[in-house]
Design a protein around this ligand. Structure first.
Ligand code: HEC
Ligand code: HEC
Length: 446
């Protein structure tokens, strides 16, 4: 609806867009986030409507988190740059794409697409990034602009980390793929641009240099969602402490979620929306008040948050509904060897014992799907950052779509072959080289 109105306006030059968009589109864009407040799921609502609401929330709702990303960290100023009323050099579209941000081609007017294709749009100019934000074209990021068209704040959405695009227009620019893990996104590099890192230095009791060092350790596709609870910025061996961004698709029927099984989908959605994105809402988990395991949340109180107004809680039902409805994408034909994959399936279900834990078709155990670190032959660092002290059997559907960044919670295995080699040793499977290849082809087909 928004996109159509932009198209019909016939705004052709990017320069013109900057001026026109703010008065028309933007009013709509901001209202969108606000409107969500009076749309919430009620028993008996039409399922398609709930699904659509959930999609809108997943893609566009900031839950009011602009009070954190913009008003507190001033990240929007770093994006704008000094030339546009912000600070520093600003973030050009080229830089934004380089740190893994994605552009939704469906939000771009046709004329603008033609101009980009013809090389007539300056992708080195932060003003272009602001114009894209005005079009609501940057996946997972919303800019808030004043009536004079200056950016005054910004917020992020679930889609920031859990969506990418199909690159159909250009690398990083294409149609949205909801639920896909954005393994290009360098969250640490983006947060590190914030002119005000004081909230982090205060919370963690370290200086800005240390905060920047930790943020720089994450790299693409990795984020630490427990740092603000236990303050463990690095592993004891000095390596990064973040976990890979998992997909948010193919989760229907799966009991416990996150790499370490913190809880259900709505549990985690509230955790993230309130304590990570810093939306305004309620989150409660007494387990995170334990001062030994979670000294930072025990002190800050982020285990028991009651933000007002609550812009999260009444959205959890539709958000849950939508997430469960996102299917894992099918492996493209030709991306794996079908005959080898069929033999790999027989191994997976039989001799290699994979299916005892990765039970088809959710590829995790029906029931309490957690395992002690020793059972799968890895250290307990990340497990011990969770109230469960265990690892959750990772659902494997759509595995082919998140191979970048490696496998297991921290990407310790660079390739699927490395994963299979690990199991071969751990469970003394005596797999031949051909067996291993067949298992890998099967994993690529899921
Ligand atoms: C800054 C990046 C980021 C944002 C924003 C984000 N997530 Fe996540 N998400 C992660 C990471 C990293 C994990 C893994 C956390 C862990 O295991 O400790 C995760 C885990 C999940 C999981 C568990 C998936 C599984 O395999 O069980 C779900 C579901 C999820 N997120 C949904 C959401 C929703 C819904 C939102 C918006 C409210 C959201 N996320 C926002 C990074 C993000
Ligand atoms: C004892 C239960 C168990 C068995 C048996 C098992 N797995 Fe796993 N698997 C897990 C757990 C738990 C994880 C998550 C590890 C982590 O988070 O670091 C996992 C993770 C994986 C991953 C990484 C998924 C991702 O998103 O990074 C792959 C691939 C995988 N297993 C394949 C297999 C194959 C192939 C076999 C058989 C050779 C197998 N597993 C046997 C429990 C098991």
């Amino acid at each position: 609806m928004r996109h159509k109105s932009i198209l019909s306006m016939g705004v052709f030059l990017l320069g013109a867009l900057v001026f026109v968009a703010e008065s028309t589109f933007l009013a709509g864009g901001n209202a969108l986030a606000e409107d969500r407040d009076d749309q919430h799921w009620k028993a008996g609502d039409d399922a398609d409507e709930v699904l659509e609401q959930g999609k809108q929330i997943f893609r566009f709702d900031t839950f009011g988190d602009q009070t954190w990303w913009g008003d507190t960290l001033h990240l929007h100023q770093a994006i704008a740059g000094a030339a546009n009323g912000g600070v520093g050099p600003g973030v050009s579209p080229k830089t934004a794409l380089a740190v893994g941000l994605k552009v939704d081609s469906d939000a771009l007017p046709a004329q603008l697409k033609r101009q980009i294709a013809a090389g007539q749009v300056n992708l080195d100019d932060p003003a272009t990034t602001l114009a894209l934000l005005k079009l609501n074209a940057v996946v997972g990021v919303t800019g808030f602009f004043d009536s004079a068209g200056h950016i005054k704040s910004m917020g992020i959405q679930c889609a920031f980390c859990h969506s990418t695009v199909d690159n159909s227009f250009a690398p990083g620019i294409g149609k949205r793929l909801d639920g896909w893990a954005n393994r290009d996104l360098n969250v640490g590099a983006i947060v590190s641009l914030a002119p005000n890192l004081k909230p982090f230095t205060d919370l963690l009791g370290v200086d800005a240099g240390t905060v920047k060092k930790v943020l720089a350790s994450w790299g693409p596709g990795c984020y630490d969602a427990e740092l603000d609870k236990d303050g463990k910025a690095l592993r004891p061996d000095g390596k990064r402490a973040c976990t890979l961004i998992p997909p948010a698709f193919g989760l229907a029927g799966v009991n416990l979620h996150t790499w370490t099984g913190f809880g259900s989908v709505p549990y985690w959605n509230a955790y993230v929306a309130v304590t990570q994105m810093h939306g305004s809402g309620a989150f409660f988990d007494h387990r995170l008040a334990d001062p030994t395991q979670f000294p930072v949340s025990a002190k800050s109180g982020s285990h028991n948050v009651r933000g007002t107004p609550d812009r999260v809680s009444d959205k959890l039902p539709a958000l849950h509904f939508y997430q469960l409805a996102i299917p894992a994408p099918k492996a493209p034909a030709g991306s794996f060897d079908t005959a080898a994959a069929a033999r790999g399936k027989a191994l997976f279900d039989g001799r290699a014992k994979c299916a005892t834990c990765h039970v088809p078709t959710t590829f995790t155990e029906p029931g309490h799907n957690l395992h002690a670190p020793s059972e799968i032959g890895v250290d307990s660092f990340q497990a011990d950052r969770s109230p469960t002290h265990t690892y959750r059997t990772a659902p494997l559907a759509g595995l082919w779509s998140h191979q970048k960044g490696g496998f297991y919670h921290d990407g310790r295995f660079a390739t699927l072959n490395d994963v299979v080699e690990h199991y071969n040793r751990q469970f003394s499977l005596s797999l031949s080289a051909e067996n291993k290849r067949e298992l890998v082809e099967y994993l690529k087909s899921l």
